[in-house]
Design a protein around this ligand. Structure first.
Ligand SMILES: Cc1cc2nc3c(=O)[nH]c(=O)nc-3n(C[C@H](O)[C@H](O)[C@H](O)COP(=O)(O)O)c2cc1C
Length: 171
């Protein structure tokens, strides 16, 4: 067996880390809610399923986020798993706040959770815990309702984020 040779004392500068983290492919979700009467939210590729009992998912939010301080005040949050055709919507959800929901079909729950109508799966959540994690905060979300809707059954694939680019799952 060959020992793994990695140079030690590397300078783990942000770009080097981004490049290495970007090798790991992920899906992308929209995290959104109605806050002060307006849809508020962002795109996040750090979404992960965490626990079945209690039902928990997580995502990480940069501590520099201007949206999270508003979003976390919502009673409920919506999480939508984006489909492969959502590349532009995803960019929009990460862009200027005043245009994030332009021409995006959404549903608002009675508790204020906002989900995209043509997402692959939709979750209704509340914030369970926030864990400090360096320059990000890991947000654990407790699930109250799940809808892995018709779009998924119609075999629309997920939006993939890999090496800073969007892609889809090869079938
Ligand atoms: C594909 C993609 C994935 C992203 N994932 C995250 C993420 O996991 N966490 C995060 O804090 N921001 C993520 N962002 C950036 C946010 O969508 C948003 O641009 C950022 O929070 C700045 O906006 P804000 O200040 O309104 O929060 C992602 C952006 C893109 C395009």
């Amino acid at each position: 067996m060959t020992a793994l040779q990695m140079p030690t004392n590397q300078d783990l500068d942000p770009q080097r880390l981004r490049d290495a983290f970007g090798v790991f492919p992920s899906g992308v979700v929209a995290v959104a809610a109605e806050v002060d009467g307006r849809p508020t939210g962002l795109a996040a590729s750090s979404f992960t399923s965490v626990s079945l009992d209690p039902p928990l998912v997580s995502f990480s939010i940069a501590n520099t986020s201007k949206t999270w301080p508003d979003l976390r005040r919502a009673d409920h949050l919506g999480v939508t798993v984006l489909a492969q055709h959502h590349g532009e919507v995803c960019r929009q959800l990460a862009g200027p706040v005043e245009h994030r929901f332009d021409d995006v079909e959404t549903t608002v729950s009675d508790d204020g959770a906002v989900t995209l109508d043509d997402g692959l799966a939709r979750f209704d959540c509340t914030v369970y815990r926030e864990v400090e994690a360096g320059d990000h905060t890991i947000v654990l979300l407790l699930l109250h309702a799940v809808d892995a809707g018709a779009a998924a059954e119609e075999a629309a694939g997920p939006l993939l984020f890999h090496r800073s680019a969007f892609g889809s799952v090869a079938s």
